[in-house]
Design a protein around this ligand. Sequence first.
Ligand code: NAD
Ligand code: GLY
Length: 372
Amino acid sequence: MPSLTVSLSERSYSIDIGHGNLDRAGAFLSSLGGGTVSHAVVLTDEHVSSYGYARIVADAIADAGIDVSLFVIAAGESSKSIETAATLWETLLEDGTDRKSVLVAVGGGVIGDLAGFIAATFARGIRFFQVPTTLLAQVDSSVGGKVGINLPGAKNMVGAFHQPVGVLIDTATLETLDATQYACGLGEIAKYAVSLDAALFERLESDAADVGRRDRDILSEIVFRCCEIKAGIVANDERETTGFRALLNYGHTFAHVFETLVFETLGDYRLPHGQAVAVGCVCAARLALKLGRVDTAFLERQIRLLQRLDLPTSLLDLGASIEPKRAVDLMNRDKKVENGRLRFVLPIELGRCELVGGIDPRTVMEAIECDT
Ligand code: NAD
Ligand code: GLY
């Protein structure tokens, strides 16, 4: 089974990638160093539960002689809340969880971020294990230890860096994703390709049709490559202190404000994150073009790839629009969190990007205006 390591000295862990490998969860927990695991708590959401994935994981853990409980919560971003966290802290306490227990997250980024946050805080920190089941979680959120919950007006505002003890990826789970969730994962994959790996970009160009029909071998190689890129970056800048880890955020400054503004405007409609990232990547490339960092051919080639992957390249493709000035105001408001500097990850060539500050807000607005 393909495997790679996130090298973080005593916090190092492996990422195992396979097809139909959920039942290896028990063997993995049995093999953990740092004290035996006598108790595991599997956390999942109701959609993932309906496909039986968490049950397979829990049964495999029980077969390994480990006492296991399975808890199912509501699916969706609203579960990344302090209310759900408080309920889960109580649940863990009643279930006899202690510092030798392991919390096992079976689901997408919501379950992974929430379970990781619970694990970081319960009993001042217990171990957690990631079993990501969305493409987005497999290529991005399950690796790197960013865990957290949302505040009502601020996504991911309360959290921690808490690395998992391992990541078990079963690409067979991707077969049950709906088209939108699958596209969201492709948005993050395209992000890696444009900003960090030209060879991956070329591969996506040549294999777009196979990627679209979820070819098992190609998907497994692409998931592996994305995890490899992220593992390398996290190993070098675990807590995002040098700016290196920030390079994972190509398109995200735009995407985050698009998500917030569309939610503010349409209320009950949330822009899917990975699709917002795809549109954000187009705006970032357009900004880079306006700053003379890339040429028109670069922008057009990126747009063509996103279209071939069935990703939106404009908010209009998603039936949404926003006011560019409001977007830049919101970016500026968030500056407080970024040490007072508005910065963008911008490409310099295919597969290479830099963190750039000091950009005139009017140029940023122009990069968005073309989209609305
Ligand atoms: P999600 O967890 O809400 O999953 C999306 C939907 O797919 C849910 O309804 C879920 O029940 C369903 N689902 C999950 N696996 C399935 C499967 N195999 N088959 C069918 N349905 C399935 O969302 P997501 O897109 O996985 O993750 C988004 C979250 O991840 C956001 O909260 C975002 O902030 C976070 N995130 C975190 C990081 C990080 O580094 N920690 C990085 C990127 C995103
Ligand atoms: N998703 C960006 C990061 O983990 O840093």
